[in-house]
Each structure stands twice: as structure tokens, then as C-alpha cells.
Design a protein around this ligand. Structure first.
Ligand SMILES: [Cu+2]
Length: 215
């Protein structure tokens, strides 16, 4: 199968599944609609001798095209619910908590329980380091205006709102460095609000924590 996207967290994989189910459903419905249009065009194209069947009502058909779309919407609602609930759920035992603060125009990452703080500037984007396969809780807020924490490869975006803490879990499934950015226009230098997320093995993570705490 062609990989349309390759989510780099377990939460992202769930969101990817929702996207795929919606896309396939939409394509199927589109194919049915286009098929019926083409069928009607061909079957009842203008001929001098034939009128299409003429009738005022067909109750069974009307019930069908009311009930079937409602069932599709209900099914998609259910799909969204069962996939989003685990994405929004917080584990009781994260391996660590990082306070993420957005500000005009960069990000600050503070590792709770340590002295480690990484703050960026518009000129140098900061890096968030996360361990592979372990769940880190992110406590997200903003120091000034509304920003939005977005890592495209995580298929995840959440607003950073002043005075509010938005908590979510990230469980990376791929080692690598992933681009992140602010996804909410927040002022002139909004475009400079970039950051990276570097996912490393748990051993490398412990080493990084130890060396970052010393420096
Ligand atoms: Cu911003």
C-alpha cells in the first residue's frame, strides 16, 4: 500500500486511521454519486420516443436516502470518538512532563522535576527531546497571545492559550528529528516560531537528561 503519511507517534497513528476511514468513505460515496449521475444521463438521455418514468413520490426511496446518510454520519461519529478518546486521554504514569510555553516569537521547554529549560529565540529555534516508545506529558500554555503547537509528522496540533494549560501525551514511535511550528497567526514574526522535536532511544534520552542537567 502507498504510504500517504507516516505518523511518528502512537497518537498520530490513531489520527491517521481516522483520516483514512473518512477519505475512503468519501471516495466511495463520491463514486456512487458520480455513477448514478452517469447512469441517469445515459439511461434517460433525450430520445424523441421515450420519457423517463414519471411519479410524484416513492416513499421507500425517500426513507432510504434519509436513513442511509444518517447511519453513515453516526458511524463516522463513532469512528472519531473511539480514535480520539485515547489521543486525548492522559496516562497516569508519564515518563516525564514537559512544560511547553509559547511566546512571541518562540518556545520554551521546561522539563518538570529538573533544572532543564530550553528556550528559543526567533533566530534560533529550540529543540524538544523525547524518548522513543515512552509517553511524555506535555503541559502547554502561552505567555502572551494564542499560539498553536503543531508537529505535522505527529498529525497533532493543539492551541497554546494564555492562562490555560492544555495537557496531552506524546508517545513517539520513530527515531528522528521532526519539524514543528506555530499554527496560529500570532503576529508579525509568527513564521519564525519554529522548533524541532528530536526523538531518541530511552538510553540516549537518559544520557541527554544527565548532560543537559549539568550544562
Ligand atoms: Cu505563534
Amino acid at each position: 500500500m502507498v504510504t500517504l503519511f507516516d505518523p511518528a507517534t502512537s497518537q498520530g497513528s490513531l489520527m491517521g486511521s481516522v483520516w483514512l476511514i473518512f477519505a475512503v468513505t468519501a471516495l466511495c460515496i463520491g463514486a456512487i454519486v458520480v455513477g448514478l449521475i452517469v447512469f441517469a444521463l445515459v439511461r434517460w438521455r433525450h430520445r424523441s420516443d421515450a420519457l423517463p418514468p414519471q411519479f410524484n413520490e416513492r416513499t421507500a426511496l425517500e426513507i432510504a436516502y434519509t436513513v442511509i446518510p444518517l447511519m453513515i454520519v453516526a458511524a463516522l461519529f463513532w469512528v472519531t470518538l473511539v480514535h480520539e478518546a485515547p489521543v486525548d486521554a492522559l496516562t497516569a504514569h508519564p515518563v516525564g512532563i514537559v512544560d511547553v510555553t509559547a511566546f512571541r516569537w518562540s518556545w520554551r521547554f521546561a522539563y518538570v522535576g529538573t533544572q532543564i529549560q530550553v528556550a528559543g529565540t526567533p533566530q534560533s529555534s529550540p529543540q524538544l527531546v523525547l524518548p522513543l516508545g515512552e509517553t511524555t506529558e506535555i503541559d502547554l500554555t502561552s505567555a502572551d497571545v494564542t499560539h498553536s503547537f503543531w508537529v505535522p509528522r505527529f498529525l497533532f496540533k493543539r492551541d497554546a492559550i494564555p492562562g490555560t494549560i492544555n495537557r496531552f501525551d506524546l508517545t513517539p514511535t520513530h527515531v528522528g528529528t521532526f519539524d514543528g511550528k506555530c499554527a496560529q497567526f500570532c503576529g508579525l514574526d509568527h513564521a519564525l516560531m519554529t522548533f524541532t522535536v528530536r526523538v531518541v532511544t530511552p538510553d540516549d534520552y537518559r544520557r541527554w537528561l544527565a548532560s543537559a542537567a549539568r550544562s
